[in-house]
Design a protein around this ligand. Structure first.
Ligand SMILES: Cc1ncc(COP(=O)(O)O)c(C=O)c1O
Length: 360
């Protein structure tokens, strides 16, 4: 029985989504109208933050949030190298110089120790990525005394000590790319913050640096969440906690069925309630294991085999001889296995059996 990497489907929600899309299309408001406004309020309520601002995607969200936090040319921003490329790309787009830090390969997240090693007098901010749906240890990161931006693209709905990812930093970014835990039917993103000034700056930057479409006080972006996507997100946001609970139940089944006897299981950061955007294990021969699983029609893949400090576009930001041992280990050994709200007990059994047969 094939087990796809993403055990998820929007089919049950499509009739309602299509209805809402038709209403928006007929309503004639397509940009920055009532759907975006309502979704921003609903997401702010969900995250328990004062402000949410919809933008075009999760990459723009990082660039805009960093600029709203005062980051610009000449500033350094500490970022992990083990993340999706957009984290670092967006930091460079904000005008900053990324300074790569290491991750703990057991959690795939940065921590105070790895970040501290990258801090210099020019450091203006830290980007903490909640990778694979884990939550970086925000308490110890905030204790470092610098603004912290949460890249929560992969962790919408996760919590740390009861507080949502997105409400833990000076600002936070989300992505609603279709594979994300909270998807839309295209690109979408948002920025969350409790800071009125940051929220104001973000709203201005997403609209060409203008508050009133007459006076342009900044060189900004054309980066709005559109009304159609906001309408989709309003249908799906109420489902998110249920979906995330189902993802956690799938992860618990992997543990119960003994997957940990064959591979290293993902470790939650202390106090984190993960949302398993991806269910990522570690194994010394990860790609060989993926190939063996493919033979059994089980989806498995490595996502970030080449860390960002070795990518052609961004290697020049890494000082010669930079050693990031946790990053190297995570990059070499990580392997995503099937997860999603619809992963069944049979699916899990099938995956564990196939891993057991191939991982020895
Ligand atoms: C960690 C991380 N940061 C940023 C992004 C960028 O989001 P988007 O694809 O919506 O631009 C992604 C999404 O792919 C991501 O996984």
């Amino acid at each position: 029985m094939p087990v796809p990497l993403f055990a998820t489907s929007l089919d049950p929600y499509l009739p309602r989504i299509v209805e809402r899309l038709a209403e928006v299309a007929n309503g004639g408001r397509y940009i920055l109208g009532p759907e975006v406004e309502a979704f921003e309020q609903e997401l702010a309520h969900f995250l328990d933050v004062k402000h949410c601002v919809g933008v075009a995607n999760g990459t723009d969200a990082i660039t805009i949030a960093l600029r709203a936090l005062g980051v610009g040319p000449g500033d350094e921003v500490v970022c992990p190298s083990f993340t999706f490329y957009a984290t670092v790309e967006a930091t460079i787009s904000a005008g900053a110089t990324p300074v790569f830090c290491d991750v703990d390969p057991r959690t795939f997240c940065v921590n105070a120790e790895t970040v501290k090693a990258a801090i210099t007098p020019r450091t203006k901010a830290i980007v903490a990525v909640h990778l694979f749906g884990n939550v970086a240890p925000m308490g110890e990161l905030r204790d470092l005394g610098l603004p912290v931006l949460e890249d929560a693209a992969q962790a919408t709905g996760a919590r740390l000590d009861g507080v949502r990812a997105g409400a833990l930093g000076d600002a936070a970014t989300s992505s609603f790319f279709p594979s994300k835990n909270l998807p839309c039917l295209g690109d979408g993103g948002a920025i969350a913050t409790n800071d009125d000034d940051v929220a104001h700056a973000v709203r201005r930057l997403r609209f060409h640096g203008s508050d009133d479409k007459q006076t342009f006080v900044d060189v900004g972006y054309n980066s709005r969440l559109d009304e159609l996507q906001a309408a989709v997100l309003r249908v799906l946001l109420p489902e998110l906690d249920g979906w995330n609970a189902a993802r956690r139940a799938g992860a618990d089944l992997y543990t119960r069925d003994g997957l940990g006897e064959h591979v290293e299981l993902p470790l939650a950061v202390d106090g984190a309630e993960q949302v398993h955007h991806l269910y990522v294990v570690r194994h010394e021969r990860a790609d060989e294991l993926a190939a063996a699983l493919a033979q059994s029609q089980i989806g498995a893949r490595g996502y970030y085999r080449t860390p960002i400090h070795r990518q052609p576009a961004t290697a020049r930001y890494a000082p010669a001889g930079l050693e990031l041992p946790g990053t190297d280990e995570a990059a070499r050994t990580h392997l995503a296995l099937p997860i999603g709200p619809e992963l069944s007990e049979d699916d899990v059994r099938e995956v564990v059996t196939a891993v057991a047969a191939s991982a020895a």
